[in-house]
Design a protein around this ligand. Structure first.
Ligand code: LAN
Length: 728
């Protein structure tokens, strides 16, 4: 039979095959659910079975190469597991060298895309729609609602967004699951309490009056640049989302009423829609959604900006709107219409559709890119949190495989990943980069692909470290030459903040108090590109590596950068010895980074050795205290949102690997601790060399989780490599 889901997504999954399928039968849908069973109550995380089955069927061969011999059976078991793990993972590698994988998790992305498709009358092909329905239904919680992300408890944001999506996809309101969802919405106060990002999408759909939405004050784009509140200083993700949002707000973009819209107005509100006092709803918030409180300063400012709407100067408004449109089109062009992320992809699409129409070239280019964000797993079709994690995963995988001699048994894998790393380094600047506040990027690496092209500080560091590891292995002829390596170093240096730490995409451009203007109730720390432990550690580590290879290159500058970077890391360490992780779950992740950087710097005597030793001892003591009786470690996503270590019921292979990597890099004296952790990894490995998909691994802005499907392979492989390298 024809299996529309048996596609193999690659770096650019605008899949001809998938797009040209016009229809899907009920039998095929039933077949999908039989082939790929998904049961949220056993684990809300998909194991990426659809892609992995296709890849295994096409590529898998048991390892039949040379077999290194260890001195004793325990060590042999580790070598065997490592070889099996790399062999399996290699068969998932795409022809271009990267590792595709699920990058879903947040539940507010696909609804946005469906709203863009709906208002612009550009529906997805039928099979996509069916697969999306499967996804939306699959992630409903037992109580009838949906969370912000696949592991989260129900929120108004999650529930209303999925509910509206299912209705747009043609599901009847009498469907049992929708009846339950409606009950959840109504018993939690109705959709007036949806957070501001939800209010925005509902306003677009004509399901919320724009009067019920706090002004985004588009004129702020005309502020003088020196003002600390000028939006050019925002964290790029906030900047690039609030930009098209301000356009939509200025234009009051609104779906015309139709039967569905009229019906939805009755379905999701407790009040009579026509009688709702909209201005009163601006700050209304369901208590299930409340994560950050709107600051009094922001409320006061909203009072002013909301009022301004009545007296606004049309000439100024037009000037601001024109500027915003120009800026968002520059972002379109700079990213080849992929955009920096899934949210501005959707809102730029809506803006461009409004400005130029459905048949415009620009809008069609957006629509073509919608498919870059789609992914199919056994839980259905989702929108990913980025256009992928291609470079990031490839760099980690390369370093993981090459950490021991065993990795040299896989030269073809390394040759391919090196090719991807080579291709992904950014080689040119955009003509408009200065005009639109972009950080210089020649020599940098992005998180996903060059087509997306947004440089990231720690992705540059990982790309560089992976490059050096490949060069050191001697497995391939180096093509990333000295000038390119030095460009990467220059970029890393250019990214250091004055506090000694490294940010994500851009230097910290505004003071911390700007966070007071964070208008989102569901994310924290979104206004400023702060320094982070993980980003700092990655950059420091790559600079330490560069020092070994090019000791003469910018020697004193690099030395200074490393010293202040280590200073930042030390300052971030908690009294219990741990570090908080901002980009993965959570303390084990950042503690791995912190420990690794400090260990590597230790040999250099840049910072007082006693201070470093003390920090490492505390970190190791922390990790040892968190080891579970089965030898593993495990955290839940609540470590991120609550900022306290939240132990998972069962050990997690990914957390275990991070803890082991940290302990081994510190060469922790009690080998039994390390061995029991390694045993857990061996016990959890499947026959074919995979590891199970357990809890969700990634996070952003403290409160939203994101899937890293390849982490369950990369980090166990890395930990086993390190073990082989150090102790076998
Ligand atoms: C990412 C993914 C990668 C991540 C690391 C490189 C791991 C990190 O060390 C630095 C920050 C970065 C680049 C990062 C920032 C925030 C992103 C882009 C994401 C988590 C992927 C999705 C997320 C983005 C903000 C999602 C859209 C949601 C909004 C609130 C705009």
């Amino acid at each position: 039979g024809r299996h529309i889901w048996a596609c193999k997504p690659g770096s650019n999954p605008i899949d001809e095959h998938l797009q040209n399928v016009e229809n899907i039968t009920a039998e095929e849908i039933a077949q999908f659910s039989t082939d790929f069973r998904f049961d949220k109550s056993s684990n809300p995380n998909s194991a990426d079975k659809v892609f992995r089955h296709a890849a295994i069927n096409a590529n898998f061969k048991p390892y039949s190469g040379q077999m290194p011999q260890a001195e004793n059976p325990e060590q042999q078991a580790v070598i065997d597991a490592l070889i099996k793990g790399i062999n399996y993972f290699s068969c998932l590698q795409n022809d271009d060298g990267h590792w595709p994988g699920d990058y879903g998790g947040p539940l507010f992305l696909l609804p946005g895309l469906l709203i863009a498709a709906y208002i612009s009358d550009t529906p997805f092909p039928k099979p996509h729609q069916e697969m999306m329905k499967i996804y939306l239904f699959n992630h409903q919680n037992k109580d009838g609602g949906w969370g912000m992300h696949i592991e989260g408890e129900s929120t108004m944001f999650g529930t209303v967004m999925q509910y509206v999506s299912l209705r747009i996809l043609g599901v009847d309101k009498s469907h049992q699951q929708l009846v339950k969802a409606r009950a959840w919405i109504k018993s939690h106060g109705g959709a007036t309490g949806i957070p501001s990002w939800g209010k925005f999408y509902l306003a677009i759909l004509n399901l919320f009056d724009w009067e019920g939405f706090n002004s985004l004050f588009p004129e702020m784009w005309l502020f003088p640049k020196w003002l600390p509140v000028h939006p050019w200083r925002y964290w790029c993700h906030s900047r690039m989302v609030y930009l098209p949002m301000a356009y939509c707000y200025a234009q009051r973009i609104q779906m015309p009423e139709n039967e569905l819209i009229l019906s939805l107005r009755e379905e999701i509100f407790n009040e009579d829609f026509a009688a709702i006092d909209w201005p009163k709803q601006r700050n209304a918030l369901c208590e299930k959604d409340a994560y950050t409180k709107l600051s009094p300063v922001l409320k006061w400012m909203n009072l002013f900006t909301n009022n301004y709407e009545k007296f606004k100067c049309n000439w100024l408004r037009k000037k601001a709107t024109d500027y915003i449109l120009k800026y968002l089109q520059a972002e379109d062009e700079q990213t080849n219409y992929i955009n920096i992320g899934p949210v501005n992809q959707v809102i730029n699409s809506i803006s461009i559709w409004h400005a130029y129409g459905k048949n415009s070239k620009q809008f069609k280019q957006h629509v073509a890119r919608w498919y870059d964000y789609l992914w199919v797993a056994e839980d259905g079709m989702k929108m990913k949190g980025y256009n992928g994690s291609q470079l990031w995963d490839t760099a980690f995988a390369t370093r993981a495989i090459l950490e021991s001699e065993v990795g040299k048994l896989f030269p073809a894998t390394i040759a391919k990943s090196y090719q991807f790393i080579d291709l992904s380094q950014i080689k040119a600047e955009h003509a408009t980069h200065a005009e639109f506040f972009r950080h210089p990027m020649i020599g940098s690496w992005p998180f996903s692909t060059t087509e997306n092209g947004w440089p990231v500080a720690d992705c540059t560091a990982e790309g560089l470290s992976a490059t050096l590891a490949v060069h050191h292995s001697g497995l391939v002829k180096p093509v990333i030459d000295e000038p390119r390596i030095k460009q990467a170093v220059d970029i890393i240096l250019s990214y250091q903040n004055t506090d000694g730490g490294w940010p994500t995409y851009e230097l910290k451009r505004a003071p911390k108090w700007l966070e007071k203007l964070n208008p989102s109730e569901v994310f924290a720390d979104i206004m400023v590109d702060y320094s982070w432990t993980e980003c700092t550690a990655a950059c420091v580590i790559s600079l330490l590596e560069i020092q070994e290879i090019f000791p003469g290159y910018k020697a004193s500058e690099i030395r200074k950068a490393i010293t202040s970077g280590i200073g930042f890391i030390l300052k971030q360490q908690k009294p219990d010895g741990s570090w908080y992780g901002g980009w993965a779950v959570c303390f084990t992740y950042a503690t791995w980074f912190g420990v690794e950087a400090i260990c590597k710097a230790k040999a250099k005597a840049y910072v007082d050795d006693a201070i470093l030793t003390d920090s490492l001892n505390k970190a190791c003591a922390f990790l040892v205290a968190k080891q579970k009786v089965d030898g593993g470690w495990g955290e839940t996503f609540e470590s991120c949102s609550k900022q306290v270590y939240s132990e998972a019921v069962t050990s997690q292979v990914v957390n275990t690997a991070w803890a082991l990597l940290a302990l081994m890099s510190a060469d922790f004296a009690d080998k039994k601790i390390i061995e029991s952790g390694v045993k857990l990894l061996l016990n959890r490995q499947t026959d074919i060399g995979d590891w199970p998909q357990e809890n969700i691994s990634g996070v952003f802005n403290y409160n939203c989780m994101i899937t890293y499907a390849n982490y369950r392979n990369i980090f166990p492989i890395w930990a086993l490599s390190r073990y082989c390298n150090q102790y076998v």
